[in-house]
Write a protein that binds this ligand. Structure first.
Ligand code: NAG
Ligand code: NAG
Length: 322
């Protein structure tokens, strides 16, 4: 495990910032399960650590899954639901393609159900797992409020609300703005792409017939374009890492943007656009600043439309509504 030297600092700041009601959503608390399921956090952490030890690439899958979950209808575990014959779920959208790690959630949830049945929501298991995956990969450590409830809706058509890989910075600013995120928070959350890979289907438009005047996207370095084209010669599902350290949570994603090596349009635009370039430069220079902003922003994201009380349930099996 890679320990952040900033462990103590972040932990301390979190304790101050998040104890109060600053991000208060009624009913959500850091210590929500302290009486009802005291080992829930430990179970999730151990399960995530074990899984990532055998496959570190799953960290990106968990973080991305949490993001997708929260973005649609709030963090309500809706991304975990399997399709049925009457309902095509979010999971089956083409946007799901790099979502991985469902087995980790199932595994942790099963162990938790054995200890405290019907208490810990799937949405919370996922939020904790994503948090633990970030830390395991070398990123910041942070505490998150818990007490989310699981939703009862998961529809493939809702996934159109997700930010798209072809978005430019104005699109990103407005989409994130609609969910209450500042420009800086949007850039920090985009930094989640420090983990993982993109598939050719989401960036091949940049490599040929880009627009009326360019064959290749001029925002992309020409050598990087060649490398990406080579990768994509093996098909739409071939993968390119977002930065040189795809399993390490660090600030190299922002360095890649400075070198015109951002893989998606929605990555490179953060450097191309004067509205966000200074933030990218700041994070590229100062990893601690990125870590700090990222953890603030992801905690905030984890509270999007959090359902509590009567509006949700605690799913027994994360893949099906009760
Ligand atoms: C993602 O959706 C596709 C259909 O678009 C489906 O075939 C595939 O199984 C889904 N992947 C996961 C991991 O659920
Ligand atoms: C961003 O893309 C939208 C279409 O999605 C377009 O209308 C807009 O002009 C673009 N903005 C910039 C600054 O390129």
């Amino acid at each position: 495990m890679v320990f952040s030297h900033l462990f103590a600092v972040f932990f301390f700041i979190n304790a101050i910032v998040l104890r109060g009601d600053k991000f208060g959503v009624d009913g959500l608390r850091m210590d929500y399960y302290i009486m009802s399921c005291p080992f829930a956090e430990t179970i999730v952490r151990n399960t995530v650590n074990r899984a990532l030890q055998s496959d570190p690439t799953l960290a990106a899958g968990l973080l991305r899954m949490h993001f997708h979950d929260c973005w649609i209808e709030g963090c309500d575990g809706s991304i975990l639901i399997d399709s049925t014959k009457d309902n095509k779920a979010e999971k089956d959208s083409p946007a799901n393609l790099s979502l991985r790690g469902y087995e980790i959630i199932d595994d942790a949830k099963k162990q938790i159900e054995n200890q405290c049945p019907g208490v810990v929501s799937c949405a919370d298991v996922l939020a904790m797992a994503a948090r633990d995956a970030v830390f395991w990969s070398g990123g910041p450590i942070y505490d998150i409020p818990k007490g989310r409830k699981d939703g009862r809706r998961s529809k493939i058509e809702d996934t159109v609300k997700l930010p798209a890989p072809i978005f430019n910075s104005s699109d990103l600013i407005s989409t994130f703005g609609q969910r209450g995120f500042s420009v800086q928070e949007m850039v920090a959350l985009s930094g989640g792409h420090t983990l993982g890979v993109a598939r050719c289907s989401s960036f091949k438009n940049r490599l040929s017939n880009f627009d009326a005047t360019h064959d290749v996207d001029p925002a992309l370095d020409s050598n990087v374009a060649k490398t990406l084209s080579k990768i994509c010669s093996s098909g739409d599902s071939a993968q390119a890492p977002f930065d040189s350290t795809k399993n390490l949570f660090d600030n190299r994603y922002f360095n890649a943007l400075q070198m015109k090596a951002g893989v998606l349009t929605s990555d490179q635009t953060l450097f191309t656009s004067p509205r966000t370039r200074a933030i990218v430069n700041g994070y590229a220079m100062n990893q601690a600043m990125f870590f700090f902003d990222f953890q603030q922003a992801i905690v905030k994201m984890g509270l999007l439309d959090a359902k509590e009380g009567a509006s949700g349930e605690v799913r027994e099996d994360c893949r099906t509504i009760n």
